[in-house]
Design a binder for this molecule. Structure first.
Ligand code: FBP
Length: 333
């Protein structure tokens, strides 16, 4: 059998996440491999959640736990599973000395006080979509600790500010599972090939379009938006832009990142400070967005310049193509 260049067997498998991380690591002479290992631990937990999400309907993993999380939201079974899986992977990995999670009120101490890093995580974003097979995701943010190695980590390790992140990204469990992250240089996407058990580089050096024609917001809240936001949405409609909102931040953000667009969650009557959490939703996506040429604003400043004061604080979020974000922010001044 002749293997021609177009024959599937001739096609290269592609660059695995592990290989990519190793290649990147050699670019940093002072790198010790701990951040690389931490990224691998997160990818491993992502593979497990990919499996659980795909078979949730078969193994009674849909539905609520009948309890509320620290946000006052009803905790879904998969929220809890994802939280356990990520915390366990980070504890066993040994690189993270502490974790904060959307599902836990307080800092989770991993017992690895020799670990150099802390991780903020939204184990499963878009909880309201879990049971209806709509895309959901995991969002993560990594900081080098500021407390001495060997000591007990503290709040200070988490309240460093968005620009102090050393890595951030998300895993989208959608029509395919994709991990998109940055370590502060470029934003890259890796699609999960479950037949190989590998994340494969599929979206190298993502650059988002400067402008777009997609806007994503919960139209049901429009009456409680401030006038500037309402004017911006009226302008989008007058230009017949496309409204796309699935109610999963990771899914809406990923689409707009690739196609151009803006996601907005302004203050509402129910959430006067906005709904999204600064440390494990807004900061990581803002850090990644900037590496792909996008902007992320709270309406009055770059999200990354917000000084964090508490673990679960919320912020308004306007994130996406720079031309669209600048236009919106201009209407809020
Ligand atoms: P969690 O599901 O992690 O709590 O995230 C918040 C979120 O679900 C976002 O993913 C989404 O964009 C938004 O809230 C949807 O909110 P709403 O239902 O008010 O439009």
């Amino acid at each position: 059998m002749e293997i021609t260049a177009s024959h599937p067997l001739a096609l290269p498998v592609g660059v695995t996440l592990d290989r990519y991380i190793m290649n990147r690591q050699t670019a940093f002479p002072y790198a010790t491999g701990e951040l690389s290992q931490l990224l691998r631990d997160i990818a491993l937990a992502g593979k497990i959640i990919h499996r659980e999400v795909n078979r949730a309907g078969l193994i009674d993993l849909t539905g609520g736990m009948g309890i509320q999380n620290v946000q006052g939201e009803s905790q879904q079974k998969l929220d809890m599973i994802a939280n356990i899986r990520f915390c366990r992977a980070l504890k066993n990995g040994g690189e993270a000395c502490a974790i904060i999670s959307e599902e836990d009120e307080d800092i989770i101490f991993t017992g690895n006080n020799q670990g150099k890093y802390v991780v903020a995580i939204d184990p499963l974003d878009g909880s309201s979509n879990i049971d209806v097979n709509v895309s959901i995701g995991t969002i993560f943010s990594i900081y080098r600790r500021v407390t001495p190695i060997g000591s007990e980590p503290s709040l200070a390790d988490f309240l460093q500010g968005g620009r102090r992140q050393v890595a951030a990204g998300y895993i989208l469990y959608g029509s395919s599972t994709i991990l998109v992250y940055t370590t502060g240089h470029s934003a890259n996407g890796f699609t999960y090939d479950s037949s190989l058990g590998e994340f494969i580089l599929s979206h190298p050096d993502i650059h988002s379009p400067a402008n777009g024609q997609i806007y994503s917001c919960n139209d049901g809240n429009v009456d409680s938006y401030e006038q500037g936001i309402q004017n911006y949405l009226t302008d989008c409609r007058s230009k017949q832009y496309t409204a796309r909102y699935i109610g999963s931040l990771v899914g809406d953000f990923h689409r707009n990142l690739l196609k151009g667009g803006i996601y907005l969650y302004p203050p509402t009557k129910k959430n006067p400070d906005g709904k999204l959490r600064l440390l494990y939703e807004a900061f990581p996506l803002a850090f990644l967005a900037e590496k792909a040429g996008c902007l992320a604003s709270s309406g009055h400043q770059s999200v990354l310049d917000i000084r964090p004061t508490s673990l679960h604080q919320r912020t308004p979020l306007y994130i996406g193509s720079p031309v669209m974000v600048e236009k919106l922010v201009g209407l809020l001044q």
